[in-house]
Design a protein around this ligand. Structure first.
Ligand SMILES: [Zn+2]
Ligand SMILES: [Zn+2]
Length: 96
């Protein structure tokens, strides 16, 4: 928590801020030999009226790339839930 008593990302899991920072470098995923850009929080659920300043699952801010284990991340290939969809395994690609 910060001085005002607000939740910060480190209240999710110790060291989580580093996971979020790492996720921002993982801009693409490779699925079945094709490269897909990852979705950013906010742009992947544009019809949602309940967007919070931070993702309730992984804690990223609007416009940031989600932490790859986030349960509301959408698969860029099939638009399904990324962690449960039937696509071949996605390989994270770090942009240089
Ligand atoms: Zn999330
Ligand atoms: Zn998929």
């Amino acid at each position: 928590m910060d001085e005002q008593g607000n939740l910060t990302v480190d209240d999710y899991v110790p060291g989580w801020a580093e996971r979020i920072a790492e996720a921002q470098t993982q801009t693409h995923v490779e699925i079945d030999g094709k490269l897909y850009p990852r979705r950013r929080y906010g742009s992947d659920h544009p019809d949602s009226v309940a967007l919070q300043p931070r993702c309730g699952d992984c804690g990223v801010e609007l416009g940031q790339l989600r932490v790859p284990t986030c349960c509301v991340e959408r698969c860029p290939r099939c638009d399904g839930q990324a962690i449960t969809c039937r696509c071949p395994e996605a390989r994270l690609v770090v942009s240089q």
